[in-house]
Design a protein around this ligand. Structure first.
Ligand code: EPU
Length: 428
């Protein structure tokens, strides 16, 4: 059983480089199904979700080659529609992009339901609404979704009831090669939606408005292969920003787009942390100054990201006075708070709001990563707490962070991954 050991309470110092964004890399890799050519993808984060995606594409017939500079060449000339292995689909959320990509290339698609972090109900009604608006017939079985289009698909206008990242991307994928003009209204504005549009446009697509509420897609007949670099991961960057603040440290976080970090920077400044923005880096520094209590509400981009909710919660646990943290995107994203409570945090969750009475420090404990970002928050809590913290179920963290332990060790953290053999009572 793999665990993370942290001997915390030590300040960090130095520079950490951020990798490519997971939530941009996933749809871009799946969108290569539409390209039917060779693409070279640079700055891919080598995380387990990306390895799973490459395994899915290989199982579907794509040829994947790792190049000497770490980039990946994906050749999707041959793809067997409907052949994504169920067990791989179940391991992550992003596997649902196969539905839009196959629909856009073959006019039909089939995929097992996706997995991913457990935040309560994560419906796909807006994806289905989009596919149906384009003329698809969508059938949900017990374990899978099948889309077909006996009379062919047609460009259409779709209004999303929620500005869902997944639905926006899936509709974009389905419409990229569809004749006519498809309009997505109340579209998600997240930087990863923009990155996917930029990638597809560089392959010859005609997508405008990504990053605004209205995305217009004029279908093109064919796409061509390109070389493309994924944007830096704002959530990885934000995680290190909070780690610096929680440990009274100074960290320079490089290879970032400071604009993407504005909502995180604003909250850190409000708490009394110093943040300096450079062209492609941010310096976060705290020198023993008390953290001020604040209110945080997560919401769609450009608001404070839900994927930073657990990490900032750790900081609120260490702030003076009472803070509140409201989740505005998912039904239930507070499961990790039980682990912080084991470390002595004073958190009360009611519905979608956590009320947090800050205290000067937490105490170490054996805790677990309940999901990806919840796991990142446990690492921050361990780094900020004197003594030894052990974190279990670290596979959640490995789904989304590249070399997290190595990067933190390089700036002075006493952290390591330990493989502890399972011991059963009879020695079997
Ligand atoms: N929603 C619906 N109907 C739908 C789709 C979504 O009601 O058809 C609701 C969801 O239940 C949720 C809200 O809309 O309440 C937003 O969901 P969205 O579709 O935007 O999220 P997602 O596509 O499931 C992606 C990321 C998440 C990230 C969210 C929000 C991927 C693979 N996942 O999920 O990333 O939290 O967008 O930004 O891109 C993570 O990286 O840790 C992570 C969970």
């Amino acid at each position: 059983m793999k665990k993370i050991y942290i001997n915390g309470g030590k300040p960090l110092l130095g520079s950490i480089e951020v990798g490519g964004m997971k939530n941009a890399a996933l749809p871009i890799l799946f969108s290569t199904i539409l390209v039917e050519d060779k693409c070279i993808i640079e700055n891919l984060p080598k995380i387990s979700d990306i390895k799973t995606t490459l395994n899915i594409l290989t199982a579907m017939g794509a040829k994947i080659r790792e190049l000497s500079n770490g980039s990946i060449e994906v050749d999707t000339k041959v793809i067997n529609c409907g052949s994504m292995p169920d067990e791989l689909a179940h391991t992550m959320r992003g596997s649902y992009y196969v539905l839009g990509a196959e629909l856009g290339r073959f006019g039909w698609s089939e995929a097992a339901f996706p997995g991913g972090c457990d935040f309560g109900s994560r419906p796909m009604d807006q994806h289905i609404k989009g596919f149906e608006a384009l003329g698809a017939t969508v059938i949900e079985n017990e374990d899978s979704i099948k889309c077909s289009s006996e009379n062919g698909l047609k460009a259409a206008s779709v209004y999303l009831d929620v500005a869902s990242v997944g639905a926006t991307i899936n509709i974009m994928l389905a419409a990229t090669k569809l004749e006519g003009l498809t309009i997505i209204d109340n579209a998600a504005r997240e930087p990863h939606v923009v990155d996917l549009a930029n990638f597809l446009n560089s392959c010859g697509a005609d997508i405008s408005g990504a990053g605004t509420e209205v995305i217009k897609i004029r279908g093109v007949k064919t796409l061509h292969g390109v070389s493309y670099a994924i944007i830096p991961d704002m959530i990885e960057a934000g995680t290190f920003m909070i780690a610096a603040a929680a440990t009274n440290s100074t960290l320079t976080i490089t290879n970032v787009i400071p604009k993407h970090l504005e909502s995180i920077t604003a909250k850190l400044l409000e708490m009394g942390v110093t943040v300096t923005e450079l062209d492609d880096a941010v310096i976060v520094s705290r020198n023993g100054t008390p953290l001020k209590r604040i209110r945080v509400k997560t919401i769609f981009y450009p608001g404070f990201p839900t994927d930073m909710q657990p990490q900032i919660c750790v900081l609120l646990c260490l702030a003076e006075g009472q803070s509140t943290l409201t989740e505005g995107v998912f039904d239930n994203r507070f499961k990790y708070t039980d682990e912080l409570i084991r470390m002595g945090a004073n958190i009360t969750v009611q519905g979608r709001t956590a009320t947090i009475e800050g205290k000067p420090e937490l105490h170490c404990a054996n805790i677990r990563a309940v999901d990806l970002r919840g796991g990142a928050a446990m690492v921050i809590a361990g780094l900020a707490t004197k003594g030894v913290t052990w974190i279990d179920d670290i596979y959640h963290i490995e789904r989304g962070y590249v070399d997290l332990i190595e990067k933190l060790r390089a700036v002075g953290a006493d952290i390591k991954k330990v493989d502890i053999p399972d011991i059963t009572p009879n020695g079997n």
